[in-house]
Design a protein around this ligand. Structure first.
Ligand SMILES: C[S@@+](CC[C@H](N)C(=O)[O-])C[C@H]1O[C@@H](n2cnc3c(N)ncnc32)[C@H](O)[C@@H]1O
Length: 339
């Protein structure tokens, strides 16, 4: 972290709340003139989430590290597990906590992509456009080692493995939205298959009955949203703000509460702020947290106390009762519209 961590907005949790080890973790709270909070937590998501209260966030939206696709340049990053099962378990360590902190009527949007099993040994050549993908010229990834029980060159099917495990853990899978990345790059190595143009955005609910403002949906389950090419914080895997905006607007009232456990360059934080929500983002990357702190400050937010942020999260939005998405306001089929 940079020197920002020595000023008043910085609070150190102390020891790792899960293991009580010596490593300290940081969190930062900010508030806008209008009273909206933005919180950042610097550390491992599964651990950091444990210090957040139960049942508070209206919506969670995130894109975790995919399995052996990138290197974020530090130890203990998620996505570098030895097996797919270990990867799914690591994600569940985070998403079980997302579930606990999500409001009972809350919704979780999970953007997740797949990985190919190559089994071909260490790859050669390089991708000049994206240094964070070139690490596998140096490290041997498990997906490059032969001996798996699926044919070489297979897509592994990771998004669905994750979705099925989420169901086992009690999440209701309500939609498998296709995010059509209409301006996706060509894949130079994909000479004998179509380029990958879409990714999934799974929509999960914590309970069968939940809150959702359909009037804010701009497309049904195929979302045509270009990738944004302006790389904030040199992050190569940012999702577009339009994708976050849709998730936030359909699943939270104005002044509601948003969570992103893998915040990266801060797309979800900045988009939530622009749409008048309170938001908490978590990341383990020093440079990303540092960058997002600067971005929040340049939006005119001031440092605040973590206690005030938590207190605000524990109160529903003042517009919760009247919000069109509140499930109490849904009209049951066949009943008259309330006047
Ligand atoms: C796909 S990126 C998220 C990008 C983000 N949606 C954006 O728009 O910039 C995944 C992020 O997860 C972070 N990460 C990896 N392992 C982590 C962990 N164990 N705990 C918290 N963050 C982690 C990485 O630093 C990276 O920024």
């Amino acid at each position: 972290m940079d020197t920002k961590s020595s000023n008043s907005k910085h609070s150190t949790i102390g020891n790792d709340p899960a293991t009580d080890t010596q490593k300290s973790y940081d969190r930062f709270a900010y508030v806008s003139k209008a009273g909206h909070f933005a919180g950042l937590m610097h550390g491992d998501s599964a651990t950091m989430l444990k210090s957040l209260p139960n049942n508070v966030f209206n919506v969670a939206v995130t894109s975790p590290p995919y399995f052996w696709v990138r290197d974020y340049g530090y130890d203990d990053q998620l996505g570098h597990e030895e097996t797919v099962d270990d990867y799914v378990d690591a994600l569940m360590g985070v998403f079980d906590e997302v579930k606990r902190t999500l409001h009972p009527e809350g919704v979780f949007f999970l953007n997740i992509g797949d990985t190919y099993y190559s089994g071909n040994g260490q790859p050669h050549g390089s991708d000049p456009k994206c240094s964070s993908r070139n690490f596998f010229r140096k490290k041997v990834r498990p997906v490059d080692v032969s001996g798996w029980d699926i044919p070489k060159k297979s897509m592994i099917g990771i998004p669905w493995k994750v979705a099925f495990e989420m169901q086992q853990r009690g999440w209701t899978l309500r939609s498998s939205i296709i995010w059509n990345r209409c301006n996706a790059f060509v894949e130079p190595t994909a000479r004998d298959r179509p380029y990958r143009q879409y990714e999934f955005v799974f929509m999960f609910s914590k309970s069968r009955f939940y809150s959702f403002d359909r009037s804010k949906l701009v497309e049904e389950d195929v979302w045509n949203i270009p990738i944004e090419r302006n790389r904030r914080a040199k992050h190569n895997a940012a999702f577009p703000s339009e994708l976050v905006r849709r998730c936030v607007e359909v699943a939270s009232p104005p002044n509601g509460h948003v969570l992103d456990p893998f915040v990266g360059s801060g797309t979800s934080v900045l988009t939530s702020m622009a749409h008048h929500r309170n938001v908490v983002g978590i990341d383990m990357g020093d440079d990303y947290i540092d960058y997002v702190q600067g971005a929040i400050e340049s939006e005119g937010y001031h440092s605040s106390s973590w206690g005030d942020l938590v207190e605000s999260l524990q109160k529903p939005s003042p517009l919760w009762d009247e919000w069109a998405g509140n499930r109490q306001n849904f009209r049951k089929p066949g009943t008259a519209k309330k006047v």
